[in-house]
Design a protein around this ligand. Structure first.
Ligand SMILES: [Cu+2]
Length: 164
């Protein structure tokens, strides 16, 4: 009798632990995928507008993420604004080798909860990154982020300015 009770208790605890892990994963965090099947916080990539586009290409003989400076304007546009709609970034690698896409706060201003996105993109590949608006809440005050390639030191750094 005791053994049965114990196993029931244990399984209840396991279920509880499992569901809290699932909840933790659902709250925030970026997700990566393709346009057809990807989704972020329950919204399919297809239903979102592409807010930003970065392309890995050769620029003056150097590998770069283009554009060198991009702007994400989150200030209300129109009567309804964004209404918390997630950000969708399109990342394309036109180069022959694999490159990294790392989006993070300017290290000088980065806090412990600062957003950090890091993926790799194969040659000729396009990937989409969905970022919940809640993650952008923690972007540091100056709203300046860097786009780097974590695989190559020489790869030119780009900047993302966020107006909010
Ligand atoms: Cu690179």
């Amino acid at each position: 009798m005791h053994k049965v009770l114990l196993s029931v208790l244990l399984s209840v605890m396991l279920v509880a632990a499992g569901s809290s892990v699932a909840l933790a994963l659902q709250s925030g965090g970026f997700s990566v995928g393709n346009l057809e099947t990807g989704s972020v916080v329950g919204q399919s990539f297809k239903s979102l507008d592409v807010d930003l586009e970065f392309t890995a290409l050769m620029l003056g003989g150097k590998k770069a993420w283009y554009p060198g400076t991009a702007i994400l304007d989150l200030r209300n546009q129109g009567t309804l604004g964004r209404r918390g709609q997630p950000i969708l970034i399109k990342v394309t690698n036109t180069l022959k080798g694999e490159h990294g896409f790392n989006l993070s706060a300017d290290s000088a201003f980065a806090g412990p909860t600062s957003m950090q996105v890091e993926i790799t993109v194969k040659p000729g590949e396009t990937r989409y990154i969905g970022i919940p608006m809640s993650d952008l809440t923690f972007v540091t005050a100056p709203g300046s982020m860097k786009v780097r390639c974590q695989l190559h030191e020489a790869h030119l750094t780009s900047h993302l300015m966020i107006f909010k």
